[in-house]
Ligand binder design. Sequence first.
Ligand SMILES: Cc1ncc(COP(=O)(O)O)c(C=O)c1O
Length: 341
Amino acid sequence: MHDFYADTKSIPTKPMLETILAASLGDEQKGEDPTTAALESRVAELLGKEAAIFMISGTMCNEIAVRVHCDPGDEVICDASSHLLNYECGSPAALSGVVMNTLQGRHGIFSIDDVRNAIRPISRYMPVSKMLLVEQTANLGGGAIWPLETIDAVAEEAKSAGLVTHMDGARLMNAVVKTGISAARYARDFDSVWIDFSKGLGAPCGAVLAGSAEFCEQAWRQKQALGGAMRQSGVLASTCLYALDNHIEQLAADNALAASIGERIKNLPGVINMLPVDSNIIIFDVSEKSPTAAEIVKLLQNEGVIIGAFGERRLRVVTCLNVNEASGEKLVQALTPLLND
Ligand SMILES: Cc1ncc(COP(=O)(O)O)c(C=O)c1O
């Protein structure tokens, strides 16, 4: 199968898995796993933060950041399309008792005015505006890359009003390889930030959350409380270290493949709208004359191609190390007869 459903489906390569056999291991809960410690210090440096913690998933990084930064009744300001709001089971409310104030950004990217208007005055009646979330890249925004000046501006606005800032960097490294701007620079004004290893970087699971030493100490308590503390986690961390050494360039190839596939899909007559393809995600809408998104997914599956339906007429294609130019060719060839009117 040519699987374009999500970069989360990236399969660890054999050399990546071989690193597990050579990994030095210990009890992570006791701070005795050297491979995990090495990964944490590598990522702390990469993200320009004092410390970092290995987590089992990106969702756990987001949820723990909310728990550490916020008190019940506080408000998190974020784009309406954010993963934190839409795909984490309502956990900001369930685990941390916060409310979400959603902004209608463009492709997941909101402006300094949006933030200024959303921050509440100090009031006996209102929730406390506590945390600003930025998702780099913006997944449901079609993998849109936040321009640095916009990130800097919204973070500065939030911080000057006393909010904390958190970056969901699930695909931050896709932005880094595209723009040449370092991860640390993107994250400069963020109190916490994380990157995911289970997406384009190709590890089986794992994400690393970074921030100040004090933030990380509190985050460790939350990780323990939620059952996220591990034992010989070097088994996983070794695959993440391998990804840092060997798979960053792959992200550039993924971005380039998405751009070329996107260009070809955009020209099919049945495609009425495509979000700008900034990184490794292509989101497009098909006309009323075309089959529905669900029908297209089924028809493509019969041809050995997997993509995702995100609404009645919206489809998503994601590139990662599972697919190559030949897979792209197959996808476009299978889509063409379905979207030809
Ligand atoms: C933008 C974004 N944030 C967070 C997550 C959650 O990451 P994980 O699957 O590692 O929990 C995802 C997963 O797809 C994502 O796309």
